[in-house]
Design a protein around this ligand. Structure first.
Ligand SMILES: [Zn+2]
Ligand SMILES: [Zn+2]
Length: 330
């Protein structure tokens, strides 16, 4: 499902296209794709809020696939038949200041799956052997797909929010990422407060163990230690900061956000921290997949065939589903 030109998702921007099966170069593997999650970032790409360096491109960065072939030479531990996941971070340079500090998520030379490189809305794709993540055998294909972005970045958000076991956590917006993050937080015995307009998402949050649900205009019964915003709306930042205790943290899990309105310094005075979350490292991926298999995390998924990717994007856009849309391919 190839993407040629940005525009409203209603215009069904992706078209089913026959492309040759790509040849893996040295260090790459060819994957037969089994399933691919549909991320909000794909919607931002299709609608032009973020722009790939060149078009056309095949979106999709939560791809679960089986290694069919390994490129020439050494460089990969993977072998045919291995099941792996390909996240947003397709590759990083390994030599810049950020890569050397363990922050390959911030590598200026990073390439992103389904953005710089063709992604997983396809029957076949390439991946870097050293960046593809082996998937624990207990996790089925369709359950694994949402973990690869929604899950991993949600996990990084909880870590960057400095969430400690037993703390009170606020989740603002309750889509694909938050429904996985809540399961980690509950595993850590945190009390979780969920802010969402959608009655359907409130029920979903309650079923997953939320202690309280409401709207972002509502004041919860206690101040939050940490919060994560998942919705790309800058207006949520001051509203959420107002619910956080001194020395608490607000992390923003969004690749794109509307402008943050001018706000009173009082909202962050008291040593509150406001930070963004960008991308993920392989280490986040490995840790999170292990944790997801242990807990175990259950992804709520709605299945679509590959050629219904446009419909899946629309359903994501209009929050018509709980959890994540997943294309079943292989
Ligand atoms: Zn994503
Ligand atoms: Zn780098």
């Amino acid at each position: 499902m190839q993407f040629h030109e940005p525009g409203p998702a209603e215009d069904r921007r992706l078209s089913l296209t026959n492309l040759p099966i790509p040849e893996p170069a040295a260090g790459e593997v060819l994957l037969r794709v089994l399933a691919c999650g549909v991320c909000h970032t794909d919607l931002h790409t299709v609608e032009g809020e973020i722009q790939p360096p060149s078009l056309p491109v095949v979106p999709g960065h939560q791809a679960v696939g089986v290694v069919e072939a390994v490129g020439p030479g050494r460089g990969s531990q993977l072998k045919p038949g291995d099941r792996v996941g390909v996240p947003w971070l397709y590759s990083a340079c390994g030599s810049c200041e950020f890569c050397r500090r363990g922050l390959e998520n911030l590598c200026p030379n990073a390439r992103f799956t389904g953005f710089h490189m063709d992604g997983g809305y396809a029957e076949y794709m390439l991946a870097r052997g050293d960046f593809a993540l082996p998937i624990p055998t207990k996790i089925p294909d369709d359950q694994a797909a949402p973990l690869l972005c929604a899950g991993m970045i949600g996990y990084r958000s909880l870590r960057l929010a400095d969430l400690q076991p037993g703390e009170r956590l606020g989740l603002v917006g309750f889509g694909a990422s938050a429904h996985l993050a809540i399961q980690v937080a509950r595993h850590w015995n945190c009390e979780v407060y969920v802010f969402t307009r959608s009655p359907q998402h409130r029920r979903h949050a309650e079923a997953l163990g939320a202690a309280w649900t409401g709207g972002v205009e509502d004041q919860p019964p206690a101040f939050l230690d940490r919060a994560v915003i998942f919705a790309p709306s800058g207006g949520l930042v001051p509203l959420t900061l107002a619910k956080i205790r001194p020395a608490g943290t607000l992390a923003i899990n969004a690749i794109h956000m509307t402008p943050i309105p001018e706000m009173s310094y009082d909202l962050i005075y008291g040593e509150r921290t406001l930070r963004s979350v960008s991308n993920l490292t392989r280490q986040d991926g490995v840790e999170f997949l292990r944790l997801a298999s242990e807990i175990p995390i259950r992804s709520t998924v709605t299945h679509y065939p590959l050629d219904e990717a446009n419909q899946a994007l629309l359903d994501v856009k209009h929050s018509r589903l709980n959890g994540e849309a997943v294309l079943l391919i292989g």
